[in-house]
Ligand binder design. Sequence first.
Ligand SMILES: [Zn+2]
Ligand SMILES: [Zn+2]
Length: 354
Amino acid sequence: MPMKMKAAFLVDKERFEIREIERPKCGPGEVLVRVKACAVCGTDLRIFRGEKKIEVPITGHEISGVIEEMGDGVSGLSIGDKVAIETVVGCGKCDACRRGEENRCRRKYKAIGYQYNGGFAQFTLIPKEAVSQGCVIKMPGHLSFEEATIVEPFSCVINGWYPFRKRELRFTTVVIGAGIIGMLHVEYAKQMGSRVILVNRTSPRLILAQNIGLPADEFIDASKCDPVKKVRELTDGLGADVVICAASSKNIQREALEMAAVDADISFFAGLPKDDSNVLLDSNLIHYNELHIHGSNASNRKQYLEALDLIASGKVNVKKFITHKFPLERIAEAINYLEDRSLNAIKVIIDPWM
Ligand SMILES: [Zn+2]
Ligand SMILES: [Zn+2]
């Protein structure tokens, strides 16, 4: 008798089907994880809307769970281990992979939830190339599965800071965008010892951020003032040393250059829509002010481990971000919660056993 499991198949644009399928079996080197929590990410929303294509029917990449089964030849892990899953799988051979920067793989990395089936299912099979690269990461026993789903997005945030960290401590960071990613940037900036200003284009989100105790020093409502002027005012006219664009907007990228101090670091952290990504920027601001603009994409294992450590040690409290939990059957509704700002969702989690 083959064992069955439930999985959410994305069968068409904006249409999930909950199917009962055969539970995957472990081949050599593979690990089967019982998914305890899989958080819904902004990228899942874009996949759901058909704006981003994936190569498998089951998405979901912010995964935590318990090892259910292991194939031959897996070492360092045991059945019953609580684990968080790193999603990026590099080729393992290029110079970037050999340096441990698999998100910069020269051969274009693969990822769980994109090229391999993901976590919106009761079980997920971790492929052998992922297992051998260490993508199955043991998490401390006291950490909840819900909290562990934040390790993935937080590691991406840490990757965004990676180019700045070679430089000396910064004084003022501006984060533009108060979604979960912007909020995690605020947390990380505080860990880096920076003063943090959070900017958002509407006020309810800023009120929510304040209510949950997000440790920003100042909050700027861009619907009520010019954020560039306000940042200059708050920095004695100097501008911000670090500016993070954490919302998908051309205007934010332009504003980031205008509010940046001389020699500032700017992260174009959020991508723009695929078919609308040409931006007119004042390149003289970059030239005369010696600005450093950085891209950021996914994360690597070192950053996972740093994120896990910050969360598990309690230095960064992520419980406050987990606002909603849904069973697998309500996945479409869960995704809609992300988009409907009136619902005050920050992180929405799918529990496939609910
Ligand atoms: Zn994500
Ligand atoms: Zn590689």
